[in-house]
Design a protein around this ligand. Structure first.
Ligand SMILES: Cc1cc2nc3c(=O)[nH]c(=O)nc-3n(C[C@H](O)[C@H](O)[C@H](O)COP(=O)(O)OP(=O)(O)OC[C@H]3O[C@@H](n4cnc5c(N)ncnc54)[C@H](O)[C@@H]3O)c2cc1C
Length: 287
């Protein structure tokens, strides 16, 4: 009788193991903010990788650490992985020092996407504050690709000062695709002739039909709180308001609990959640 060979099986790839990637291009966007396009080194992985608007990757710098960064590129071109990063701490500052050709570790995509397929046929109001436009940009690209499937689309963008507005060179193309882009800044300078005021105030000029409108928002929590307030005041249902929530993350695979938010792990159940699910926690400041 022949014996089946026994012995250690090859270990499964560790779920936290990053894949090798390479920086392809860097585009400065605003003071302290740039968009980094990465490409997975392994052609087979590159061909398999797919993401949905709103998802994020964990970017790993050996000897420094790892952090969550949203994909800001077109999910229709998944070989080109753009991440728009503000240099605030150890990992993001190390990313800011990278040059094209440099290596990085990348794992993902993780998290819940914006529910773009479920929102077909609806009017959409997208509301972005500061770098919150980065995870919404893939939604804009999706809408452009599938424009006839959606109703009226309004994109409200707020920045502290004009120089902080992101992706400005694309607004003309977005407008040409019948996306109404409305920008505002908290503080004007001598170059600015547009609107001044915080972004939720832009709701005053909208007349949404609450039966067919959904709101998608990402930005500082204080801004999103006012966006929710303005949306509810216009009778947009709680389950038609989607927020992208951010908490410090470590594992990104719903094990470590670092990003727990009420009953949710934001790395897996989030970052995108509808307001009806998070209301009890979202209404508590600093929850
Ligand atoms: C799902 C998700 C998506 C994200 N997407 C993006 C993205 O697209 N682009 C991006 O730039 N960041 C994004 N972030 C935020 C990013 O992961 C954090 O800023 C991260 O802490 C940066 O790591 P670090 O090591 O550079 O800084 P850390 O060493 O963690 O932080 C250094 C210091 O900066 C402060 N800090 C941390 N984050 C911010 C902030 N956002 N603004 C101001 N101060 C801050 C901390 O309080 C700390 O004092 C995302 C986070 C999550 C959870």
């Amino acid at each position: 009788m022949s014996m089946t060979a026994v012995g250690p099986v090859p270990p499964a790839p560790h779920p936290l193991q990053p894949h090798a990637a390479r920086l392809v291009t860097v585009t400065p966007e605003a003071p302290g903010i740039a968009t980094y396009v990465f490409e997975l080194a392994d052609p087979a992985l590159r061909a398999r990788y797919a993401f949905a608007p709103g998802q994020f990757n964990m970017l790993f710098l050996p000897g420094i650490g790892e952090c969550a960064i949203s994909l800001s590129s077109d999910a229709g071109e998944p070989g080109r992985l753009a991440h728009t990063v503000r240099a605030v701490g150890s990992v993001t500052r190390a990313i800011a020092r990278l040059r094209p050709g440099d290596a990085i570790g990348l794992r993902g995509p993780y998290g819940s996407p914006w529910p773009v397929d479920r929102l077909r046929g609806r009017d959409l109001i997208l509301v972005a504050g500061g770098i919150g436009l980065a995870p919404l940009r893939p939604v804009v690209y999706h809408l452009i690709r599938h424009r006839p499937a959606f109703g009226r689309v309004q994109l409200l963008i707020g920045a502290r000062v004009p120089a902080d507005l992101l992706f400005v060179s694309e607004y003309q193309a977005w407008r040409a695709a019948e996306i109404e882009v409305i920008e505002t800044v908290d503080r004007a300078d001598e170059t600015w002739t547009g609107r001044v005021g915080v972004v939720p105030v832009l709701f005053y000029q909208l007349r949404p039909d609450p039966r067919r409108t959904a709101v998608l928002t990402c930005g500082p929590e204080i801004m999103m709180r006012f966006v929710v307030y303005e949306a509810l005041a216009r009778r947009i249902p709680r389950d038609a308001i989607y927020l992208s929530l951010e908490r410090n993350m470590k594992c990104a695979v719903a094990v470590c609990g670092r990003c727990q938010y009420g009953p949710f792990f934001l790395c897996k159940d989030g970052p995108v959640l509808s307001y009806d699910r998070v209301e009890p926690f979202f209404s508590v400041e600093e929850y």
